[in-house]
Design a protein around this ligand. Structure first.
Ligand code: PPS
Length: 575
């Protein structure tokens, strides 16, 4: 395999230990503390263990972290664009001891690796955000989400891998860097162009990649990320089936498909460089990120805030050290008169250009309209239609938020009955009181407990929505950020409609159906929303209803009309 590109830092790392050592670790680990890895951490671990992140041999400590943030280098001088840390919360940090091992486990409790703790530290998240996103400014969405969600501590240390995270899906398409390199050697591929995408490929992307591979004199590896979806992404099962449909469109032997377990961070040019390193470690000599017909090359990594030029500048400045060649995606457009895709620079005045954005495709899928053949392959469209049957048969969540006594439960109950009357979908009501008696019976009303309660409701609602049902939720849900989290949880599974039941506090208090406001005023009930606890008004409500101004029937009808306008139910059904 000598002719293949050298891995980053010189050697391809393999952190999986042999069977004897694995058995020994299993034996020793009974008393060890554990860290249950989240999806993002599982992706990082998989790429650490299989050499995708060579030359790293573990999660970074503070010296590497600082050096990478400030110098874009590891402490030994190797070029490295982003920190790779194992983040933990304070409680977990207190459980661990420097010098002692900890078991890293997947969601089912399977032990994947042993980490010998070398350091527990508090990374400076603002500096990290500045490195990852190009800004520590929390008003930028990527940075804000990162700062909100990332726990304060990190644990560093040497890794010994027992097994790679298990995948039940598409096993034959999940080759490790070593397996892929062997395959390239067998095929006699010297130059390989990696095309990284997290979106569906249509004719433009197929034409673009074929063209780029030819120009580079390379073979083509479609290397989609299937680690962690960004909000709004098509699920990876559907995407992979679509890629499989695109493969036969290339000349024989030109292209292969492999799945990359990469957790996209949503960062900027530095993230693109990290991806370049991962592809290089997989044996690729060229790297192209999809341009998706519009916007920046960094759309692919969810960083539309970065200008193309800015990104290219940063990447070009480090091209020498990356070694892998970054191939810019050509913007190909469809010239109707020529019946083919051509480069935008080749256009002349007589050409009639047809365009369609990702948003157009989503809308057409949602309302069942045709997706033209010039845009995509019929087999790809067939796959997409199977997954996106149109809103009329998708699941959705109606999430009512508002003060106690605002009328949430009345609206939720009325809506439930109306939707059951229509038939076609199962309807589940997750009323605040009901949830508190069952799902969240041990919780109180601190911010922490309220957020946990809402996250649980969001989880159940997203599962119901995924299954094609309707979830109607009616908790107070006073905090904005967790309501956003729920929207992000549900939206990839179907529709999410936020209904703000905006009945004013005075009216809710006058109604005081449960006598709770009186008790709250008297100080008998503490932390009562509206009286001694905050309620953050949602700016992103899809429907706003003040029940002091409309009857319950009118309120339900407003929600039904919204559902009809958005295509979840048909017009005749709201009559
Ligand atoms: S939250 O904030 O979304 O977790 O609240 P939720 O699960 O909807 O529970 C609200 C119901 O609990 C009763 N209750 C209180 N509400 C607000 N603050 C305090 N301190 C409190 N203590 C008890 C109250 O009856 C709420 O029911 P609804 O149906 O909203 O009136």
């Amino acid at each position: 395999m000598d002719h293949l590109i050298t891995p980053h830092g010189g050697t391809l790392v393999n952190l999986l230990v042999d069977g004897d050592r694995a058995a020994e670790i299993h034996e020793l680990s009974r008393e060890w503390p554990s860290i249950d890895l989240g999806q993002r951490q599982l992706c990082d671990l998989e790429l650490l263990l299989n050499g995708g992140l060579s030359p790293l041999i573990g999660f970074m400590g503070s010296a590497e972290f600082d050096s990478v943030c400030a110098e874009i280098r590891l402490t030994d001088g190797t070029f490295w664009p982003l920190p790779v840390t194992l983040d933990i919360d304070e409680a977990k940090a207190e459980e661990l001891t420097v010098g002692e091992p900890v078991a890293l486990r997947d969601a089912e409790g399977v032990m994947l690796a042993a980490l010998t703790v070398e350091e527990i530290f508090r990374p400076d998240r603002r500096t990290e955000a500045a490195a990852v996103f190009g800004t520590g400014d929390p008003s930028r969405t990527g940075a804000a989400r990162f700062l909100r969600r990332t726990p304060s501590f990190a644990v560093a240390g040497r890794l010994e891998g027992l097994q790679l995270p298990g995948h039940y899906d598409f096993g034959e398409l999940r080759l490790t860097p070593m397996e892929l390199r062997r395959k390239f050697a067998r095929f006699g591929w010297r130059k390989v162009l990696a095309y990284q995408t997290h979106q569906t490929m249509h004719r433009a992307q197929q034409a673009e990649t074929q063209h780029a591979a030819r120009e580079a004199g390379a073979s083509l590896l479609i290397h989609p990320v299937v680690g962690l979806n960004q909000p709004g992404d098509v699920d990876h099962y559907t995407r992979v089936r679509c890629y499989q449909e695109v493969l036969p469109q290339y000349p024989t032997f030109l292209a292969r498909l492999n799945l990359l377990p990469l957790a996209v961070r949503g960062g900027g040019p530095r993230e693109a460089m990290l991806h370049a390193i991962v592809h290089k470690n997989h044996g690729c000599t060229h790297f192209m990120v999809e341009q998706n017909g519009e916007g920046s090359v960094l759309e692919v990594i969810g960083a539309p805030g970065y200008g193309d030029a800015e990104a290219r500048e940063v990447i070009a400045a480090h091209a020498e050290e990356l070694k892998i060649e970054m191939v810019p995606a050509k913007n190909l457009v469809y010239a109707e008169n020529r019946k083919r895709y051509i480069s935008a620079t080749e256009l002349n005045a007589d050409d009639r250009v047809l365009t369609m954005t990702g948003e157009d495709v989503r809308k057409r899928l949602a309302d069942g309209r045709e997706i033209p053949e010039w845009f995509s392959f019929p087999s790809v469209v067939r796959e997409l239609r199977l997954r996106h049957p149109g809103r009329h048969s998708q699941g959705f969540t109606v999430f009512c938020t508002g003060l106690s006594g605002s009328g949430k439960s009345t609206i939720a109950n009325g809506l439930r009955v109306k939707l059951l009357e229509l038939g076609g979908r199962g309807v589940t009501l997750l009323d605040g009181d009901l949830v508190r008696k069952n799902l969240s019976s041990e919780l109180g009303f601190s911010k922490e407990h309220r957020d946990l309660n809402i996250r649980r409701i969001g989880f159940v609602a997203s599962e119901i929505t995924r299954g094609g049902g309707v979830a109607i939720c009616a908790p107070i849900a006073p905090y904005d950020s967790v309501r956003h989290e729920v929207r992000e949880m549900v939206q990839p599974c179907g529709g999410f409609i936020l209904v703000h039941v905006s009945t004013p506090l005075e009216i809710c208090e006058q109604r005081d159906r449960k006598g709770m406001y009186a008790k709250a005023r008297a100080g008998i009930i503490k932390e009562f929303t509206g009286i001694s606890d905050p309620y953050e008004i949602p700016e992103d409500a899809d429907v706003r209803i003040d029940t002091s101004r409309v009857t319950p029937d009118e309120a339900v009808r407003e929600v039904m009309l919204h559902l009809e306008r958005e295509g979840y139910i048909s017009a005749a059904e709201t009559e």
